[in-house]
Design a protein around this ligand. Structure first.
Ligand SMILES: N[C@@H](CCC(=O)N[C@@H](CS)C(=O)NCC(=O)O)C(=O)O
Length: 207
């Protein structure tokens, strides 16, 4: 199994952490969407990360998009180790938080691209403001959740992984959106999770 992408990408990092928590052995091919575009296009026609290669040679299969990859990771790990419950209210509770964090992440990455992938004179400030206000709304909603002791209840789930990865990503890439102390509860929860060996094992590379 080969995970493609850098841990600088929060989508790749949530997959790496989840694989590590599940105890699944995997290799990693550290490709950048910017500098390794040609190589990446051979694996994923959209040129995006993460991608996960399953198997080898003629029978190799490629999964793309972190949500589809994590669906497979959970299935492979089995119901006891899966980070998202298989059904019912427990599944909905986790998914609600995961997709809130994931949506916030998508808006945060969109805002970053607006600033870094366009010439300065082509940045459309009203669009950037909207994206950043969506990030703020997502963070406020996540921060309102009281961990008991995890975001979806007594067990660590994908909700915790994705929310903590989101927070860490913003701290590195867009610190102005997460000033120290503004999202106290979320910040404390993310800091606690970042100490876990699985998070430590998936540190973002130097840009
Ligand atoms: N919905 C996707 C989002 C993946 C994504 O946007 N990855 C970024 C890196 S953080 C990427 O590949 N960007 C390059 C591009 O979209 O061209 C997922 O969950 O995997």
């Amino acid at each position: 199994m080969i995970l493609i992408g850098r841990y600088l990408s929060p989508f790749v990092r949530r997959v790496g952490i989840s694989l590590t928590l599940a105890g699944t052995k995997f290799d990693r091919l550290v490709l950048s969407t910017v500098t390794d575009r040609e190589k990446l296009l051979k694996v994923n026609p959209l040129g995006r990360v993460p991608a996960l290669i399953l198997g080898k040679g003629k029978t190799a299969e490629v999964l793309v998009d972190s949500t589809a990859i994590l669906d497979h990771v959970d299935e492979d790990a089995g119901p006891r180790r899966a980070l998202t419950p298989a059904k019912g209210a427990p599944r909905r509770r986790v998914q609600k938080i995961v997709f809130l964090a994931l949506g916030t992440l998508e808006k945060a990455v969109g805002a970053l691209y607006e600033k870094t992938r366009r010439p300065a004179e082509k940045v459309h400030q009203p669009w950037l403001d909207q994206l950043e206000s969506q990030v703020t709304a997502g963070l406020e909603t996540l921060n309102a959740i009281v961990p008991k002791p995890y975001l979806a209840g007594p067990k660590l789930t994908q909700a915790d992984v994705t929310a903590a990865v989101l927070f860490g990503f913003l701290r590195r890439a867009s610190p102005h959106l997460v000033p120290e102390g503004r999202y106290k509860r979320l910040e404390a929860h993310a800091k606690k999770l970042e100490k876990l060996p699985a998070f430590q094992a998936c540190q973002p590379e130097q840009p």
